[in-house]
Write a protein that binds this ligand. Structure first.
Ligand SMILES: [Zn+2]
Ligand SMILES: [Zn+2]
Length: 82
């Protein structure tokens, strides 16, 4: 399934400045990428540092990884500043 705004796969993490899309939130939205500020809404883990992810960014947001009340408000792909 592709984003109705940018036409890229919803289950692929997109980055836009300090925003990053959560593949799971985006798939659940079903229409657009759902972005959060990165790294605050994702967190980083040194265990995740790889060649493709040099910062060790987590791919899923805190809410998808089990945090009960994530304080981060989602920004839809069409709402972010270009
Ligand atoms: Zn998008
Ligand atoms: Zn998420």
């Amino acid at each position: 399934m592709n984003c109705t705004h940018c036409n890229k796969p919803l289950n692929e993490s997109q980055t836009h400045g300090n925003l990053k899309s959560c593949p799971l939130c985006s798939s659940q939205n079903g229409r657009e990428h759902v972005f959060y500020s990165n790294p605050s809404a994702f967190g980083r883990s040194t265990k995740r540092i790889t060649k493709n992810h040099p910062n060790g960014d987590q791919s899923y947001c805190y809410a998808c990884r089990g945090a009960k009340d994530s304080p981060y408000s989602p920004i839809l792909c069409s709402q972010k500043q270009e």
